[in-house]
Unconditional design. Structure first.
Length: 90
């Protein structure tokens, strides 16, 4: 709807929640298409694989406090991100 109305920026909050693997792949392609068309996209997503595959930059929050900011692939190996999202021992 935002794109149909000429929006230049969209915020997507957990768009992959409840989607199958195939639906997530389609969603990823749609988001990539939006970004390539010049629409700014902010993605809030717990699906790390989807987010890392789409993002140019990543920020992770724990209880509203930034714990990581940088290259998306680096989030996967950051201990703070692992502890917050993957349940690694503290």
């Amino acid at each position: 709807m935002a794109c149909a109305n000429g929006g230049s920026f969209v915020l997507l909050d957990e768009p992959a929640a409840g989607l199958s693997k195939d639906e997530r792949r389609i969603l990823g392609a749609l988001i990539t298409g939006l970004a390539r068309s010049g629409v700014g996209v902010m993605l809030v997503e717990h699906d790390l694989d989807l987010a890392i595959g789409l993002a140019d930059m990543a920020t992770a929050l724990e209880r509203g406090v930034p714990i990581f900011s940088g290259e998306p692939v680096a989030a996967r190996t950051d201990m703070r991100v692992s502890e917050a999202f993957l349940g690694a021992a503290r």
